[in-house]
Structure formats: C-alpha cells, structure tokens
Design a protein around this ligand. Sequence first.
Ligand code: R5P
Length: 293
Amino acid sequence: MIVVPGPASQMLGVEIAKLMKNASIAPVIFKNFPDGELYARIDKDLKGEHVIIVQSTYHPQDHHLMQLYELIDAARSADAKKITVFVPYLAYSRQDKKFLNGEPLSSKIVCKTIENLGANEIYVLDIHSELVLKFFTIQTHNLIALKLFGAYFKTLSLVNPLIIAPDKGALEKAEAAAKIMKTDCTYLEKSRDRLTGEITVEIKEINVKNRDLILIDDIISTGGTMVKAIEMAKKQGANKIYAACSHALLIENAKARILQAGAMDIIGTNSVDSECAKISVAPLFVEEFLRNK
Ligand code: R5P
C-alpha cells in the first residue's frame, strides 16, 4: 500500500501513512508553471500497488482539484492496481442540484472527472449533500467527523453544554456529538436567498441562558451563518460559545468576524490545512479504510 499525500493535505497524508501498518509514502513533487498552470509528479514506482491519494479540495478549489486530477491520472498511467482517493472536503458539493435555469451541475462535473480518470473508490468527510455521491458509480464512503467533536469538547469543562446545529440538515450529525457528551442538541431555522446569498436565522424556542454552546456545522465558509447564530445566542444570554465545523474554509476575514461576534474559539478538522485544524480525521479514515478492505 502506498499513500500519496497531495499538496493540499500533506500532513494528513503522512499521518495516515504512519497510522497504517505496511504502508509507505510516495513523495509528490509539485509546482506552478510561470503562466499559472500546475504540475504534480508522484516520485515512486506505483506498478501493481494499491495507491491511496489524500488530497482535500478546499480553497483555492480549482487549483486543488486540478492537482487531484493530475495525481489520479499519474497513478493510473503508472499502472497502480487500485486507486483509493480520500478527499475530505469535496469541492462544489453545495452545488448538488440546479437551483436556477441555465446553471451547470458543478458537483457532477467533479465526480465524473474523478471517476473517469481512474479512481476506484472515494472517501469523503461529512459531505454537504449525500446527493452528490450518487454521481459516482464507483464505491463511495462518507466519513462522519462530527462524532469526533463530542470527544474534543468533553475535554473542556463546559457548563451545561448545548449543541446547536445551524440548520436542520446538520442536526443528525450534531446529535452524534451530543450523544458522546451526554447532553442535548437542537437546531436553528436558517434560510438563504439564492440570488443575494443573504442568510436569515430564525430564533426558535431554545433556552440558552447561562449555558455553554457549541455551534456545529459541516462547513464554515464566509462565517455569515455562524456570526448570525452567535449574535442570536448572545442576545438570548448564552455563556461561552464555540464555533465548530468539519470543513473550516474560513474565507477572507471569517475568523475575525466569528471571534469578534463572541465565539471563544473556532474548531475545525484537518480536512482544511489551517490553524483551526484542531481535530485530526486521520484515525477515522484509517479505521474505516481498514474495516472496508
Ligand atoms: C450550508 O448549508 C452549510 O451547511 C453551511 O452552513 C454554510 O456553507 C456556511 O456558509 P457561510 O459560512 O458562508 O455562512
């Protein structure tokens, strides 16, 4: 077994290789050409090997996607026996259907390309919409990271904690964390204007007064959703508030806005390589991968 740590997920890839028994690491040499085009080369003989490519596709998405495509193509043309790709954040998963006439189905383009290039199976992490996985005919696995948050928050001494998913879609996953923390869990009603992107968070009947809150979502992108939820929780008298997510994209000044709104901390996973990657998903991947092998 050979693990290929892609340029976007070098530390995660190496951690995965170390956790796997009998796996070696294939170094990736990568660069940008002067005109901006990308180059990635796997510096190891892959003939007849089961190759695991680890490459998340967070911002800049198209850059990281192209590197993923290059690595799959390189492994396929080097005669790998089997190619497993682990793409914790699968870009374009929020574009899982056509919302307006004339739109493309961007997530389908990504899935079809990964598959057509020769990947044999794909692992993703807390994918925004499971509908996207239906665009693949190869085997798919959606790892659920949110249960890892329960273990993380258990180590902080929180007062009467309440886990809040910023929308109903995230509730099921938030419940996994709540179960581990032996606490309760609820969600906010959120809607987004398809044209302007404006978010409205509706306050439900939640008594958050003097409670420590963990706001948990699959993605934090601009931070708009979290900021609204934090402001609402503050108004209702919440105590400490933590912002947690599987994919901390944190575009532009999202970090500052979330902390400024009143969050104690932002906790993400190493799906995105950043200072907020406080939880590693490597053990989760390795456990699932070895179980399915
Ligand atoms: C959307 O439905 C997702 O679950 C997240 O709530 C959303 O992507 C967060 O985006 P932003 O941080 O830009 O509000």
